[in-house]
Ligand binder design. Structure first.
Ligand code: NDP
Length: 333
C-alpha cells in the first residue's frame, strides 16, 4: 500500500518536495470501519490551505500526516460499517491505494447516476459548491449579466451553466483560447475571456459584458476581481467562492481599494462555504443529476493516471492544466 504524506510545509508555491510517497501495510478496518480501495482521488485548491500552518477553513495538516481528500473507491472489507464488499463509496480518505474509514464517514455512490468519478466533480463537492453559490448567493436572474472566474474549472464550469439555466447572460474568465472555446462552444456561455491574452481585463469586460455585472461568482480573486468590482451594477451580488490566485502568496497583496464603490452600488459581497449547505446536499445532487441526464449540464474531467501522479495533478491546478474537474485514477475495477 502506498500513501502520500506531507513532507514539509510549502513556502509560496508547493512543489514535489512537498510530498512524500511511503509504503505502508494495508490497514485493517476496526469495528464499524470499512477498508476501501481507491479508484479516483480528487485534488482540490483548498488543500493548499491545509499545507500551511496558518488560518484556513480546513484544519492544517501536520508535517508527516497522510494527505487526505475526496475519494471514490470500492469497499474491499467491511467490519460492521454498513456496507458490503463491492459497494462503491465516497468520502474524505487518505491519498493512498487503500484506506480505512468509519462507515458513518462514507456515502454510497449510485453508479446509475453516471460514471462513479462524477461523485467527485459535477455530482460531488464542486458541483454542489456551484449549485448553492449561484442559487443562494450570486442569485442571477433572467435579465442579469453573470460573470464567473476560473470558468473552465470544476466549480466555475458548473456555476456558469446553472446561471445560464436561470436565464442570465453568462461571461467566463479562463486561462487559454482552448478553454474559452470550451466555454462558448460546449458549455453555452455567451462570452469567454482569455485572461492570458490581455492585461486589460476591464476593456475585455466592457466588450463581453457591456451592461455591467449583476452577479459575480469569484473563484480567483486578484486583478480580475478588481476589474469586475469596477463594473458592478446597482444591487449586484458577489459570491466569494475562492481566491486561487492568492493561495500561494507569501504576503497579503495590496491593490486598488474597491469597497467605496460598493456604497452607491448597494452591492452585496458574501463569502460562503459549501459545507454550510450540508443538510441540502442530497437535493442538490439530485437536481444536478437531472440536469446532467437531460443534457442541460455538460461536464469535463481531466484525469492523471496512477497514485504517483497525484502531486502533478494537484500542482497543475495552479497552472491551469485542468479543464473541468481534476482527478487522479488510482485503480481500475
Ligand atoms: P478548478 O478546477 O477551477 O482549478 C483551478 C483553476 O484555477 C485552474 O484550472 C486555473 O484555470 C485557475 N487558476 C489557477 N491559478 C490562477 C490565477 N493565478 N489566476 C486566475 N486563475 C487561476 O478548481 P475548483 O473548481 O475545484 O475550485 C475553484 C475555486 O473554488 C477555488 O478557488 C477553490 O478554492 C474554490 N472552492 C470553494 C469552495 C467553497 O466552499 N467556498 C468549495 C470548492 C472550491 P485557468 O486556466 O483559467 O487559469
Amino acid at each position: 500500500n502506498r500513501q502520500f504524506r506531507l513532507a514539509k510545509r510549502p513556502e509560496g508555491k508547493p512543489d514535489h518536495d512537498t510530498f512524500d510517497l511511503v509504503e505502508t501495510d494495508v490497514p485493517d478496518p476496526g469495528p464499524g470501519e470499512a477498508l476501501v480501495r481507491t479508484r479516483y482521488l480528487s485534488v482540490d485548491p483548498y488543500m493548499r490551505g491545509r499545507m500551511s500552518a496558518g488560518e484556513s477553513y480546513a484544519d492544517p495538516w501536520e508535517v508527516g500526516d497522510p494527505l487526505r481528500g475526496g475519494v471514490v473507491g470500492e469497499v474491499v472489507e467491511s467490519n460492521g460499517a454498513g456496507f458490503e464488499a463491492g459497494d462503491i463509496v465516497t468520502g474524505d480518505l487518505q491519498w493512498a491505494d487503500y484506506a480505512t474509514a468509519p462507515g458513518t464517514a462514507l456515502r454510497a455512490v449510485d453508479p446509475d447516476l453516471g460514471p462513479v468519478s462524477t461523485a467527485l466533480g459535477v455530482l460531488g463537492m464542486p458541483g454542489r459548491t456551484a449549485y448553492f453559490g449561484v442559487r443562494e448567493v450570486a442569485e442571477p436572474g433572467p435579465s442579469d449579466t453573470f460573470v464567473v472566474t476560473g470558468a473552465a474549472g470544476a466549480v466555475g464550469s458548473v456555476a456558469g451553466q446553472i446561471a445560464s439555466l436561470a436565464g442570465a447572460r453568462v461571461v467566463g474568465f479562463a486561462g487559454s483560447a482552448e478553454k474559452v472555446a470550451f466555454l462558448e462552444d460546449e458549455l453555452g456561455f455567451d462570452a469567454g475571456i482569455d485572461y492570458s491574452a490581455t492585461d486589460d481585463y476591464g476593456a475585455a469586460l466592457d466588450e463581453a459584458a457591456p451592461d455591467g455585472v449583476d452577479a459575480y461568482f469569484d473563484n480567483v480573486g486578484g486583478p480580475i476581481t478588481d476589474a469586475v468590482f469596477d463594473r458592478l451594477n446597482v444591487d449586484a451580488r458577489v459570491a466569494v467562492c475562492g481566491q486561487i490566485s492568492l493561495y500561494n502568496a507569501t504576503e497579503r497583496p495590496t491593490g486598488p481599494r474597491k469597497l467605496p464603490g460598493l456604497v452607491s452600488k448597494r452591492a452585496r459581497v458574501e463569502g460562503f462555504l459549501v459545507g454550510d449547505f450540508a443538510p441540502r446536499f442530497e437535493a442538490a445532487t439530485e437536481r444536478l443529476a437531472e440536469w446532467v441526464a437531460s443534457g442541460d449540464l455538460q461536464y469535463r474531467e481531466t484525469v492523471t493516471e496512477g497514485l504517483e501522479s497525484a502531486p502533478d495533478a494537484f500542482l497543475g491546478l495552479f497552472e491551469g492544466e485542468n479543464v473541468g474537474k481534476q482527478l487522479v485514477r488510482v485503480s481500475e475495477p
